[in-house]
Design a binder for this molecule. Sequence first.
Ligand SMILES: C[S@@+](CC[C@H](N)C(=O)[O-])C[C@H]1O[C@@H](n2cnc3c(N)ncnc32)[C@H](O)[C@@H]1O
Length: 432
Amino acid sequence: MRVTEKLSTAFCKDFNSSFEDVVAQFLVKSRLLPDEESLTSTRFLSRSVLPHVLRLSELFNRLDIKEVEAAPKGPQGLDEYWAKGSNPANLRLAYFLYFMPSNLFRVAAIWNELLRLGYRWKTSGSLRAIDFGSGPATGMAGIAAGEAFSTERSGMPVTGNWALIEQDPAMLKLGTKWVSDFQSEFLDSEYALQWETRPFHRKIAFDQPTLLPPKSPKFHLWVMSYFLNEVSISPKQLATILLETWKRHLEEDGIVILVEPALKEQSRRLLEIRKEILEQLSDDPWLKVLLPCLGHQACGALAKPEDWCHEDVSWWRPSYFKIIDQMAELDRKSLPFSYLVLYRGKSSIEDVLPKLKNSSPDRRRLVSPAHFEKKNWEFYVCGQDGKFKARYRATSKDEEKTAPANRGDILSNPHSEKEDHYLRINKVDTIG
Ligand SMILES: C[S@@+](CC[C@H](N)C(=O)[O-])C[C@H]1O[C@@H](n2cnc3c(N)ncnc32)[C@H](O)[C@@H]1O
């Protein structure tokens, strides 16, 4: 996946970004930070933020599908984690400072990728969007940033509203206020948005036929960021309830964005959900898989029990984030994640993503980094016929030095040939 330079530098002070100032002012106003200087104070961060970042990190990483599915009331420790702990305010502060910006960036990167492939907004009128398990309105802010910091815009409406659904009232309140400042104080000079929020304090139940009450409207855009891995039902049940919900509450030409952790168990769970969705759609594919797969092929990663699929995007971190990273011995210079983008409508994938039009049916996406090995660049690709180890022979000294493509790139017409244990790529033209 390629991210525009504008987006990758948007949150870092070294590039004149006001993000950290807006964050600091907002947190002081919200009484979560004693003063603006505390945001870069090692003493404050190490005492009040670091222990919670470590705790949340451990909690999120520990989450395992088997544990999720076995637990009658959801995974131990993650369910309603906001209410627990000795200092819930600092726990929320830690999430806000560390996990919110990174998830925001992931969502923005996915929106950037859609725009890069030529996606344009089709429906008229104001926006109706929904952010499920919104936390601090991360999904909403991510779409706003993705649109603001792209080279071409989708033309989505600048007016409209977002329903924020969240079980934790304090996080919901924080998110509602934050996203208003995010638009007016941070994005305004780049992109003037007037999106409003409709906060819903609700614990979504998964034992109903759909996730929303029948009178809820239809939405143009759905975001679920780091939400589904907290849900304790099987991928098959999840697919059934999601499809029923989207059937009733997703507009024609609407888009669904699901973002999940890059960890093997959680990533495979998303691949299982994709598989179940496609199986249930086999008679009437009213939803289409746009990204990352660009089609409905059987998942190549799921074919092997030890495999999974994830993206990785690089960004310039906010300076306080770098300090937390150093103290926590974490290194979030790049952000891994798994994702799925679906589209409801009659248009073909090429009509929704017109930059694909010049590609051949043999187009393939790189799903790993590229390594140089004995005159060849080696990487894994995914295409309509599955996932393969691929080789491209460097034809010059320059080609030996720089990888011809990177994880997430789409090879538009690779002239590929199957050889013994791999796919020979003869041509590298990337889209976008
Ligand atoms: C890991 S956080 C992700 C927050 C946000 N989407 C982001 O990407 O930063 C998951 C959020 O989902 C909320 N959540 C989990 N299960 C929920 C449910 N059944 N109903 C409503 N909210 C839920 C949690 O309270 C939490 O705020």
